[in-house]
Design a protein. Structure first.
Length: 246
């Protein structure tokens, strides 16, 4: 069988840990507590692809467009020109809700279905190869019928995979160990899970990152330190960091 094509993330250390990148078309849950660097990693992933001919879209549910842009301008990897060149798209989901006439606080499954088709239409019309949804938790939290969350994530994953879009679903974790998603279903239907955590070490908070699962490839299961600098995210093996970082 031919090897599956890879989507190279461009995050230093992550592609090596994944044996070359995320298998193309996978839908991956990027889970972590607040401030662990999920958004930054997502935008760096999209920017890397967009600069190499793979159009990317970031669906923002939790942060308004201007604020997000302001935060990203601080990072050297962020190339704002890619937006003007129609290679990188940032879409404010609250505006999408308004455009679709979905104005109430709670959503029915029909509303979510409407949103799902709007996301799919966007991805097709813009020839998207990489997508980030930030966050799937925020979309699910407005769903009045929690039993439908599995269906939503399943349908979304299936359609994005069908169109060959390698997707990061950002999942906001509220802390309890051993869980990768708020509703406990997102992890079962996604092809991969990447976990970002805060670990205390000698009084300092340290960011870590670990690949929990990734369908379609062998991968490292080690915990890495994730260093966030103005240049972006960098994964360093935990042991190596311990030797040089103390
Ligand atoms: N220019 C920068 N250089 C290095 N680190 C930065 C820079 N700007 C922000 N950070 C760090 O990144 C963190 C936020 O990262 P990011 O927004 O990607 O995390 P997040 O997991 O998406 O957070 P949230 O849960 O709030 O959405 C900040 O708390 C800060 O520590
Ligand atoms: Mg964020």
């Amino acid at each position: 069988m031919p090897a599956r094509k890879r989507c190279v993330t461009g995050i230093e250390g992550l592609d090596a840990a994944l044996n070359g990148g995320i298998p193309e078309g996978n839908v991956v849950l990027l889970s972590g507590a607040c401030g662990t660097g999920k958004t930054t990693l997502g935008i760096e992933y999209l920017t890397y692809g967009a600069a190499r001919g793979e159009n990317g879209v970031y669906f923002s549910v939790t942060e308004p467009y201007e604020k997000l842009l302001e935060n990203m301008r601080a990072f050297s990897f962020f190339t704002e020109n890619l937006i003007e060149e129609n290679k990188l798209f940032i879409i404010d989901v609250s505006l999408l809700y308004n455009r679709l006439g979905l104005l109430g606080e709670d959503r029915t499954i029909e509303d979510i279905d409407t949103l799902l088709w709007a996301l799919i239409d966007t991805v097709r019309a813009l020839h998207i190869k990489r997508a980030v949804i930030d966050s799937i938790t925020a979309i699910c939290s407005r769903l009045a019928q929690p039993s439908k969350i599995r269906e939503l994530v399943f349908n979304l994953s299936r359609m994005f995979t069908h169109f060959g879009v390698t997707t990061l679903l950002i999942s906001e974790l509220a802390g309890s160990a051993g869980r990768y998603s708020t509703y406990d279903v997102e992890e079962a239907v996604s092809d991969g899970i990447i976990l970002q955590e805060d670990v205390e070490r000698m009084g300092n908070m340290m960011r870590t990152i670990q690949i929990i699962k990734m369908r379609g490839t062998a991968h490292s299961r080690a915990k890495y330190v994730m260093d966030l600098s103005t240049e972006g995210a960098l994964m360093v093996p935990l042991l190596k960091w311990g030797l040089s970082g103390e």
